[in-house]
Design a protein. Structure first.
Lengths: 797, 125
C-alpha cells in the first residue's frame, strides 16, 4: 500500500483503471464458465441415463433367458462410447450378470454392489445405477461408470481462452488508461512543476496554465492568485529594502560625520584639559613665589618681634603667617589635582616606620582638633612596624582625613585606629578615622570624592576648604594600590577607611609611573623593582643596614646610595629581622654590639630562617672576631672604621646573585668589547656582543636587551644607522642606548643623536680605566632611568 | 662659620632667605643667575650652595652640572630649590648632580636640617 501511495499520480490512475477492468473481465468470464460447466454436467447425466435405458431394454431378453453372452454382446456395444470406462448388468438379486471394461473388453473387474437408481459425480467419475424393468417388474440393474475427460478438456480450453481475453483486454485497457489518465494527471503535474520552478527560482511572476473548469482548474486559479499576492508583497519588500539601504547609508554617513566631529571635539577637550592642567601647574608656581616671601617674611618678623620684645605684633604676624600657610595648602591641593589630571603625579616609594609617621600627623593635626573642642583618641596595634609606600602621600591622606574629621565635628570625639591586616594577597595597613560629627547622607557620599565638590555647596561657606582633599586622598590611595572608603550616618558621624598594601608590589601594577625616593641620592631601588623577582634589573636591590649608631647608618647609606644601592635601615636587631623578611634585601650589613638582640644573635636567627638564610650577611663591626662570624654563617667580615671602597667591593660580589639584565655591546673593536665585558659581567649583566650595526639589530631581534652600548664608527652599518633603525622597531624604541665613541662629534652628529641616546662617552686618549668607570656609572644610571620611564636630558660630553 | 652661596633670581626670596640664613649665623653670598652662580662658586668656594632651578641665562640644572664637572667645585654640596614641584623635578635635580632637594616655599627649619646634614657629611670627609 505504501508503495502504491508513493507512485506518481499518472501511474496510480493507470493502475486503478487496469485493476478495475481486469477484475470486471475476470468476474464475467468466471460466471460464464461456471454456467457452461454446470450445463455440461446436466447433459452428461442425461446422456448416460439414456444410454443405460438402451442397454437395459436390450438386456431384458438376455436376463429373462439367462443368456449371459447376449448380455455381454449388448454391453460390448458400449465401446462406441469413448467416455464409458466400465459397465455391468446385475441380476435381480444383485449378482453381476455381464461386465464391460473398455481397456480390457474380455477382462474381469469387480463391479461395486448395485446401489439405488440415479447418477452421481465422484472424484473423477460419473457413476450411474438404473433398474431394468419388464412390465414394471424389476429384472436387474445396469451400472455405468463414465470418465470426466470431456469436462476437463473444456475447462482447459476455457482457461486458455480466459488468459487470452484477459491479457488482450488488459493491454487495450492499459493503452487506453495511459492515454486517458492524462486528462486528470497532466494539469496536476503542470501545477506541481510550476510550484517547483517558483520555489527554486524564487520567481513569483510565473503562472500555471488553467485548461479546464473543474476542481483542478479552480485549484490552479487559487494557486495563481496566491502567487500574485506573494509577487506583490515581494516587490513591496524589495522596495522597502532598497529604501532601507538608502536610509542606512544616509544614517551611516551622518554617524560618520558626527563621529568625526566628536573626535575633534574630544581632542579639543583633551587639549583644553591638558592646557588647563599645565596652566594650573604654572599658575601655582607663580603663586608660590610671592607666597614664599609672605610666609618667609612673616616668620622673620615674628622672630624679630620676639627678640625686640614687641609681643603686641605677634598675634597679627601669626595670622599673616597662618593665612599664608592656608593659601599654600589650597594651592598645593590644586597643584596635586592638576598633576593627577595631567597624569603626571608620581609615587616616591620608601620604607618608613608607621608609628612615628602617625605620631607626626597627630602632632600636626592636634591644634585643629582642639579648635572645635574635640578629643582625639588613637588606638594603634602595638607593633605596626614598617611599610613601603609614598611617605608624603600616606601622611597627607591621614592628615586630610583627620583634619576633615576635626573640621566637621564639634565637641565630639575623633578616633584614629591603625592596624595590620593579613590577607591572601599579602599584608595590608588599615587606618580608620571615625568621628561623631555632622555625617553625610547617601547623596552627599556619592559626590564626596568628586573634585571641587563638598558635601553641599553651603559647606564651603561654613567650613571652608577647596573640596579637593578627599578626591586627592582617594587617588593617592589607589595609586599606591589601596583604597579609601567611607561610611556615614547623617547627624551621627562618619568613618573613613584607608587600606594600603604594606609593600609596594601592588602599587606598581596599578600605576605605571613610579619614581623612587631615598634620602640622599635618587633612587637606585628601581633595580629591585619591575614586578616579580624574576625580571629584576641588574641587582643593586636593597641593602639592609642594621646598626644602632645613626652616624654609621648615615655613612653607610651615603656610601651605598652614591653607588646606586637602595638602602633600608634598622636601628636594632629585632627590627632588622623584621625588615629582612619584609624587604628581602640583596645583602645585609650587620653590626655586632647593639642594644637588645646583638649582632651574633641576629646572624644566627637569619641563618636559621629558611627564607633569609640565603641572603649574604656582611659583618661591619668594631669587634674583631672573624672566626666566630664566619662560623655563624657571615659571608664577609669587615672591621670598623668603615672603608667605603672595601665595603663596595664586597657588596659588588653579591650583585650578580640576583637574576640580572641583558646588555648588548655593539662595537667593532674586539679588544674594547672584551674589556667592557670583563668589567660588566661581574656587575651582573648578561653581556652579548655584535661587531657592527647590522649584527646589533639581529641581536636585538633575537631578544631585546635592557641596555645597549654603541660605537658610532663601524663597518657595514654604523651607529647612526643602527640607532635610527632601532628606534623604528617597536621593541627597540625604548631601549636605552649609551654611545661610546672615539669620533669627534660635529654639530650635525649631535643633532642626529639628540633625544635618542642617554649619554655619549668619549673614547679619548685618556686612560681606559677612566672610560670604563664612566661606562659603569652610566650603565647604572640608564638602568635606573629606563625603569623610571622618565626622560633624561641628553648631556653630551 | 660656614659660607653658603645662594643662587636665586627672585629678589624678594633672595633677600629673605639670605637674611634668615645670616641670622642662623651662616655667612651668605648671593648670585642672581646661573652664570653668576658659577663665577661666585669659583671665587668664593662656599661650603654649600643653595640653587634655585629656574634661573635666567643658565638654569639651575645646567649650572649644577657644570659645577659638578669642574674639579674645583665638584666637592661642594648643592641643594636644589624649585617651586615647580612638577614631575621629574626631583629626578632631574639628582641627575644633574644635586645632593639634596627642597621645594619652595621653603620650610625654613627643614631646609636648615638639610643644610646641616650636608655640611656635617662634608666635614666628615
Amino acid at each position: 500500500m505504501r508503495l502504491f501511495q508513493d507512485l506518481s499520480i499518472k501511474r496510480k490512475l493507470t493502475a486503478i483503471i487496469m485493476v478495475i477492468s481486469t477484475v470486471a473481465l475476470l468476474l464475467s468470464c468466471v460466471a460464464f464458465i461456471t454456467y457452461d460447466l454446470l450445463m455440461l454436467r446436466q447433459t452428461m447425466k442425461r446422456d448416460l441415463s439414456v444410454l443405460a435405458g438402451i442397454i437395459g431394454s436390450n438386456s431384458t431378453a438376455a436376463l429373462a433367458f439367462d443368456d449371459q453372452n447376449a448380455a455381454r454382446e449388448t454391453l460390448s456395444a458400449l465401446s462406441a462410447e469413448p467416455h464409458v470406462v466400465s459397465a455391468c448388468v446385475y441380476t435381480r438379486n444383485g449378482k453381476p450378470f455381464a461386465k464391460y471394461l473398455r481397456e480390457d473388453p474380455k477382462g474381469e473387474f469387480l463391479p461395486p454392489p448395485p446401489g439405488a437408481d440415479g447418477s452421481q459425480f465422484e472424484v473423477d467419475h460419473l457413476v450411474l445405477f438404473q433398474r431394468i424393468r419388464l412390465d414394471g417388474e424389476p429384472l436387474g440393474t445396469v451400472y455405468i461408470q463414465s470418465d470426466l475427460k470431456e469436462m476437463e478438456a473444456r475447462l482447459r480450453r476455457y482457461s486458455l481462452i480466459l488468459l487470452i481475453i484477459v491479457s488482450g483486454s488488459s493491454l487495450v485497457a492499459y493503452l487506453l488508461a495511459a492515454r486517458l489518465q492524462g486528462v486528470i494527471s497532466l494539469p496536476i503535474l503542470h501545477l506541481a512543476q510550476t510550484a517547483k520552478v517558483v520555489s527554486s527560482e524564487k520567481d513569483y511572476s510565473i503562472r500555471a496554465v488553467k485548461k479546464s473548469q473543474d476542481e483542478i482548474g479552480t485549484l490552479i486559479e487559487s494557486f495563481n492568485e496566491m502567487l500574485e499576492q506573494i509577487h506583490i508583497r515581494d516587490e513591496e519588500l524589495q522596495r522597502h529594502r532598497e529604501h532601507l539601504e538608502e536610509v542606512v547609508f544616509a544614517r551611516t554617513n551622518q554617524l560618520k560625520a558626527t563621529n568625526a566631529q566628536l573626535t575633534v571635539a574630544k581632542e579639543k577637550a583633551e587639549q583644553a584639559n591638558r592646557s588647563k592642567s599645565e596652566f594650573l601647574a604654572n599658575m601655582s608656581h607663580e603663586l608660590r613665589t610671592p607666597l614664599n616671601a609672605v610666609i618667609g617674611y612673616s616668620e622673620m618678623l615674628q622672630e624679630t618681634a620676639q627678640e625686640a620684645d614687641h609681643q603686641e605684633f605677634l598675634p597679627d604676624l601669626k595670622k599673616i603667617h597662618s593665612a599664608g600657610k592656608h593659601l599654600l595648602g589650597l594651592i598645593n591641593d590644586i597643584l596635586d589635582l592638576s598633576k593627577i589630571e595631567a597624569g603626571r603625579m608620581q609615587l616616591y616609594l620608601e620604607w618608613f616606620e608607621l608609628r612615628p609617621m602617625i605620631d607626626d600627623v597627630i602632632g600636626t593635626v592636634q591644634p585643629l582638633v582642639d579648635k572645635n573642642n574635640n578629643r582625639l583618641e588613637v588606638a594603634c596595634e602595638q607593633d605596626l612596624g614598617w611599610m613601603q609606600a609614598d611617605h608624603t602621600k600616606t601622611r597627607q591622606v591621614l592628615y586630610n582625613l583627620l583634619s576633615n574629621a576635626s573640621k566637621f565635628t564639634e565637641r565630639g570625639t575623633i578616633w584614629l585606629v591603625a592596624n595590620l591586616l593579613q590577607r591572601d594577597d599579602g599584608q595590608w595597613v588599615q587606618f580608620r578615622v571615625h568621628d561623631t560629627g555632622i555625617g553625610m547622607s547617601r547623596e552627599q557620599i556619592d559626590k564626596l570624592f568628586q573634585p571641587f565638590t563638598q558635601a553641599d555647596s553651603s559647606t564651603t561657606r561654613k567650613y571652608g576648604g577647596t573640596g579637593l582633599g578627599l578626591a586627592i586622598s582617594r587617588h593617592f590611595c589607589r595609586m599606591m594600590g589601596g583604597e579609601l572608603q567611607v561610611e556615614s550616618v547623617p547627624g551621627e558621624g562618619s568613618t573613613f577607611t584607608v587600606l594600603l598594601p604594606a609593600r609596594e608590589a601592588k602599587a606598581e601594577r596599578s600605576e605605571g609611573k613610579i619614581a623612587n625616593q631615598e634620602n640622599g641620592k635618587a633612587g637606585a631601588s628601581e633595580f629591585a623593582r619591575g614586578g616579580s623577582t624574576e625580571d629584576r634589573k641588574p641587582g643593586i636591590g636593597p641593602v639592609l643596614v642594621i646598626d644602632d649608631d645613626p652616624t654609621v647608618r648615615e655613612l653607610v647609606r651615603h656610601v651605598l646610595s652614591k653607588e646606586g644601592y637602595q638602602v633600608v635601615e634598622a636601628s636594632e636587631g629585632g627590627e632588622g629581622l623584621l625588615l629582612a623578611r619584609a624587604a628581602q634585601p640583596m645583602a645585609i650589613v650587620l653590626d655586632v654590639l647593639m642594644r637588645g638582640i646583638d649582632g651574633w644573635e641576629v646572624l644566627s636567627q637569619l641563618k636559621a630562617d629558611e627564607e633569609l638564610a640565603e641572603i649574604p650577611v656582611i659583618m661591619l663591626t668594631i669587634v674583631d672576631e672573624r672566626n666566630r662570624g664566619y662560623l655563624l654563617g657571615a659571608s664577609d667580615y669587615l672591621v670598623k672604621p668603615i672603608e667605603p671602597d672595601r665595603l663596595l667591593r664586597v657588596l659588588r660580589k653579591y650583585q650578580g646573585i640576583k637574576p640580572s639584565g641583558q646588555l648588548l655591546i655593539v662595537e667593532d673593536d674586539s679588544l674594547t668589547r672584551e674589556m667592557m665585558r670583563r668589567i660588566l659581567e661581574p656587575m651582573g649583566w648578561k653581556v652579548r656582543e655584535a661587531c657592527n650595526g647590522r649584527e646589533g639589530l639581529e641581536r636585538v631581534a633575537e631578544s631585546a636587551p635592557d641596555l645597549i652600548l654603541l660605537d658610532l664608527v663601524m663597518p657595514e652599518m654604523d651607529g647612526f644607522e643602527f640607532l635610527s633603525r632601532l628606534r623604528q622597531e617597536r621593541d627597540g624604541r625604548s631601549i636605552p642606548v649609551v654611545v661610546v665613541t672615539g669620533k669627534d662629534l660635529s654639530e650635525a652628529d649631535r643633532l642626529r643623536l639628540n633625544g635618542s641616546v642617554e649619554k655619549v662617552l668619549k673614547k679619548g686618549a685618556e686612560n681606559r680605566e677612566h672610560l670604563l668607570r664612566e661606562v659603569c656609572e652610566w650603565v647604572r644610571n640608564c638602568a635606573r632611568t629606563a625603569v623610571q620611564g622618565s626622560e633624561v636630558e641628553v648631556p653630551l660630553v | 662659620m660656614c659660607k653658603i652661596l645662594l643662587v636665586e633670581d627672585n629678589e624678594m626670596n633672595r633677600d629673605m632667605l639670605s637674611r634668615r640664613l645670616k641670622r642662623q649665623g651662616y655667612e651668605v653670598v648671593v648670585a642672581a643667575d646661573g652664570q653668576q652662580g658659577l663665577l661666585m662658586a669659583e671665587a668664593e668656594s662656599p661650603a654649600l650652595i643653595l640653587m634655585d632651578m629656574s634661573l635666567p641665562e643658565l638654569d639651575g640644572w645646567e649650572a649644577t652640572r657644570r659645577l659638578k664637572a669642574s674639579k674645583s667645585t665638584q666637592h661642594i654640596p648643592v641643594i636644589a630649590l624649585t617651586a615647580h614641584a612638577m614631575v621629574d623635578d626631583r629626578e632631574k635635580a639628582y641627575a644633574a648632580g644635586c645632593d639634596d632637594y627642597d621645594t619652595k616655599p621653603v620650610e625654613f627649619q627643614r631646609l636648615l636640617a638639610k643644610i646641616n646634614t650636608l655640611l656635617v657629611q662634608e666635614g666628615a670627609r
